[in-house]
Design a protein around this ligand. Structure first.
Ligand code: N01
Length: 867
């Protein structure tokens, strides 16, 4: 097989890795009739299951689901012996698959791929191996797994130790016999937790060095679940289809029960059921909100800690084994068999490295800050340089010689986790930005491989030779991956998901947490839209369909889908009274917004009668008056009242530290233009005159409003300026109506499908103002005289029909010399920013609004005083 370096072997495709993904990739490429060479540094197939041979190594996804599903015949020929199979059994399975499809002949074992360079001239990859081979290929595919490069344990003096050294990730084939030995295990992740109980059976003394206590639940291993086997038996295709379109790659009924609102009995019942079931996808599905809401997460975490306390007899050891420094699920939870029980054995000891860190490894053992330990063997279960490690371990250089390592120096950047711009025809299976490690790998691998194979087939049929993502598509996907993570508790943890286990690695959430189903949908949609976000070239020309596949914030999309599913009638088909009733019903089901110091209601005199108001005073110090914000709710001048924007007012009050006075005003059609605007101005005058009684600081008053409330807030600023007072320190206009032109681009792009529609906006205008009045600056402030208006903060949301008029107002104010802060609510709709407690991704936008408010006031409460 070895050829002189001058005559490179030619293949259509080179695949690196002969584990689950590489084997299936080879199979699929062969089906396409392509010539393929697979390389693996291991001596046989198996990937992770070849290397991780430590005692107790097993899968922690049920074997009924942790297997290939592409061939029903294959499924008939293999029966797993347990719910969670051992490493040897899984390795046997992969060998069986290899032989069944005759894959071995295309695999070169014990061969490391050292470099891969793109030759732009030839449009081919030049591959070199550690054995001096040179190969050229059209497609270069890395099937190198996510957890295949062990991380350095980063402990001083490792080479000094005179005894036996083992790494769980590189366990010797002949095994290890610890009988009668004093053994140390460093690391309590999945590998440590699996091997510790078995090592304890042999060792005369076992000392476990734990830096971070980990959440683990009992696997309750045994025969495969009878219920799953029945489902598979009765309808294999249906079961596999459900897995492919599930959140995690296993058919699971997702709960909608929220931890924070569930009764104690329901909480306990759900938790106990998950504990007894012994499945990871069960324990992460106790409550719908456990990965986004700290309070809900605490409930599950607390119950696991309780269990640890009930299993481990020594209270100090139980306490040390109880995780407290991260939210449950933000570091990979583990499944164990007798892990916590092991610490009840007299010869097993836990050393808490938070209390006595390791100073160094010595010739005899381990020196901590407090003690010297002597050992015969040390086992490192210290983890991996996850996801990116295996990819940058090869010197991959794309166009212009740019290396992957350089490109990813500040964090990985991929399109769909499959490709990266500047590296044509380079595919990653289960790469960063794909669900991979957060899912049942078997399902995710099949999806990836099938997508790549489908792509190569389509390229061939369309006469293209190269494919590569565009920069725009890639940065859009990266944003989406981070947006999905940002609404969860994940970014708070020092996990390997965040790259935090490897010193110096950029902090970046590596996998895609949007779900296997959502991911598959995005990948399919990319293809349906003519390979959106990819450019392809071939002998007959090039094709580029530039664009971003997912621009909406994930939680906004979720809320939108829920509302669509509710099948509500379009508001513009209702009477004003019915529309108000519908809005009130929707509002009744939403979260209440944050606590503030005090809420009180009152009335103020308006031009045509009393106007109700609600006053929100912030909690906490400092005592004394605060700046005052007069707020006007949204609702198209037709809908809304003091309750409708209550959560938003609380949020503004809590975040800004200002007193917020929400004023109700007369509504159309009962009171048409300019009633609402005149009421707003009257309220501002009254608030200014009454600032001291309201707990405000006289002369430090801003206005704010959302939607039509933004309209009258803006108009109040015009009227105050024209009347020579009162002084308004600033205006916050959240997705405001500032014009009546419904033809702007944002109306064309977003006029349908995002709750506020063009017909609804037309309905609002028709209720509020006669066409002849709509040019009046008290209806359309954009058309008014702008110099001399107060500084403004304007929020424009991507998916809002009003987006462009908000931006136009910001530009026009700027041109008129008014200081403006334009806040782009990326991925938001007209209604999503005010959805406090429901749309988590709106929080950073509201934080920016609060910051703008504080900037308006000389005596704003400093950020550090705000809770
Ligand atoms: O690695 P880990 P793993 N001094 O990174 C500690 C999959 N897997 O091999 O948390 C002292 O989880 C480190 O401490 P800390 C699974 O996805 C699956 O166990 O960084 N301690 C941690 O306790 C899993 O998540 C199965 O503070 C040091 C441990 O070592 C992933 O592989 C089985 C240290 C590493 O835990 C990785 O699991 C096994 C130091 N210098 C693995 N450096 C299945 O069941 C690190 N640690 C399918």
């Amino acid at each position: 097989m070895n050829k002189p370096a001058s005559v490179p072997e030619q293949f259509d495709a080179v695949v690196v890795g002969a584990g689950f993904s590489g084997l299936f990739m080879l199979y699929q490429l062969r089906q396409l009739g392509l010539s393929v060479r697979v390389f693996d540094s291991a001596g046989d197939v198996g990937g992770t299951w070849y290397w991780n041979r430590y005692p107790g190594a097993r899968c922690d996804i049920p074997t009924t689901d942790y297997a290939y599903s592409f061939d029903p015949e294959l499924e008939k020929e293999w029966t797993w012996s347990e719910k969670y199979a051992t490493q040897p059994e899984i390795l046997d399975y992969l060998r069986f698959v290899t032989d069944r499809y005759g894959l071995r002949s295309d695999i070169e074992f014990s061969t490391v791929v050292t470099s891969a360079r793109w030759d732009e001239q030839e449009r081919r990859w030049r591959i070199k191996t550690g054995r001096g081979m040179e190969i050229e290929c059209r497609y270069y595919i890395m099937a190198t797994g996510c957890l295949s490069v062990p991380k350095s344990p980063d402990i001083e003096g490792i080479s000094r130790f005179a005894g036996q050294v083992y790494f769980t990730s590189r366990w010797p084939h002949e095994g290890a016999d610890f009988t009668g030995q004093r053994v140390a295990v460093i690391g309590t992740g999945s590998s440590g937790i699996q091997c510790i109980p078995l090592i304890a059976r042999q060792a005369s003394q076992l000392t476990v060095f734990q830096r971070t206590a980990n959440f683990s639940i009992p696997a309750h291993n045994g025969p495969a679940s009878a219920e799953r086997l029945k489902q598979l038996d009765e309808d294999r295709d249906g079961y596999r289809h459900a897995a492919r379109w599930s959140r995690g790659g296993i058919p699971t009924e997702l709960t909608d029960i929220m931890g924070v609102t569930a009764s104690e009995a329901v909480r306990r019942e759900r938790f106990e059921a998950a504990w007894t079931q012994g499945e990871l996808f069960g324990i992460i599905n106790v409550f719908a909100d456990q990965l986004v809401n700290p309070a809900s997460n605490d409930i599950v975490a607390g119950m696991i800690r309780e269990k640890i306390g009930s299993i481990v007899k020594d209270p100090a050891t139980a306490e040390a084994l109880s995780p407290k420094d991260h939210y449950f699920g933000t570091k990979r939870p583990c499944l164990d068999t007798g892990y916590f029980e092991t610490f009840n054995l007299p010869h097993v000891r836990l050393v808490d490295l938070r209390k006595q860190p390791i100073i160094s490894i010595t010739e005899e053992g381990i020196q901590t800050a407090d003690e010297s330990f002597g050992f015969d063997a040390i086992v490192y279960a210290t983890g991996f340089d996850a996801m990116t490690g295996p990819l940058v371990a090869v010197d991959v250089a794309g166009r212009d010689g740019v290396s992957l390592k350089e490109k990813w120096a500040t964090g990985p950047s991929t399109y769909l986790g499959l490709m990266t711009a500047g590296f044509p025809n380079f595919f990653m299976l289960t790469g960063p930005g794909s669900p991979s490690v957060l899912s049942n790998m078997a399902v995710s691998i099949e999806q990836h491989v099938e997508w790549v194979a489908g792509c190569l087939k389509d390229m061939r049929e369309d006469g293209f030779e190269t494919i590569e993502p565009t920069e725009l598509a890639e940065s859009g996907w990266n944003s989406h991956v981070q947006d999905c993570a940002a609404i969860t508790l994940h970014p708070t943890a020092n996990s390997w998901y965040m790259g935090a286990n490897v010193p110096g690695k950029p902090r970046f959430f590596l996998p895609y947490i949007g779900g296997v189903d959502a991911y598959r949908k995005a990948c399919d949609e990319v293809v349906e839209r003519g390979y959106l976000g990819f450019s392809m070239t071939g002998p007959d020309g090039a094709r580029c369909r530039d664009g971003v596949i997912r621009r909406m914030q994930p939680d906004v999309a979720l809320v939108l889908n829920l509302m669509t599913a509710m099948g509500l009638p379009p508001m513009e088909t209702l009477s004003a009274a019915d529309a108000r009733a519908l809005l009130a019903a929707i509002e009744a089901a939403r979260p209440p917004g944050p606590q503030v110091g005090e809420v009180s209601d009152g009335v103020i005199p308006g031009p045509a009668g009393d106007l109700p108001y609600r006053l929100y005073r912030p909690a906490g110090p400092p005592e004394g008056p605060r700046p005052l914000v007069v707020y006007f709710h949204g609702g198209g001048w037709v809908l809304g009242n003091l309750d409708s924007d209550d959560p938003l007012c609380r949020d503004l009050c809590a975040r800004s530290g200002a007193v917020v006075m929400s004023v109700n005003y007369r509504h159309a059609p009962e009171a048409r233009f300019p009633a609402a605007a005149l009421d707003a101005f009257a309220a501002v005058r009254w608030a200014d005159a009454s600032a001291a009684e309201l707990g405000g600081i006289p002369g430090q008053l801003a206005v704010a409003g959302w939607s039509a409330g933004g309209n009258i807030a803006a108009v109040a600023c015009h009227l105050a300026r024209d009347a020579g007072g009162p002084h308004v320190s600033g205006q916050v206009l959240i997705c405001p109506v500032v014009d009546s032109d419904l033809t702007r681009l944002s109306y064309q792009e977003n006029g349908d499908g995002y709750i506020l529609t063009t017909p609804l906006m037309r309905w609002f205008w028709d209720h509020y103002a006669d066409p002849a009045d709509r040019g009046d600056h008290r209806a359309t402030p954009l058309r008014g005289n702008l110099p001399g208006l107060p500084p403004a903060c304007i929020v424009a949301a991507d998916f809002d029909p009003l987006r462009d008029e908000g931006v136009a107002y910001a530009r026009a104010l700027e041109a008129a010399g008014v200081p403006v802060r334009l806040v782009r609510a990326r991925g938001h709709t007209h209604t999503s920013v005010p959805m406090v407690g429901l749309v988590i991704s709106g929080a950073p936008v509201r934080a920016e609004i609060a910051e703008a408010l504080r900037d308006f006031f000389p005596n704003a409460v400093p950020q550090e005083h705000l809770s």
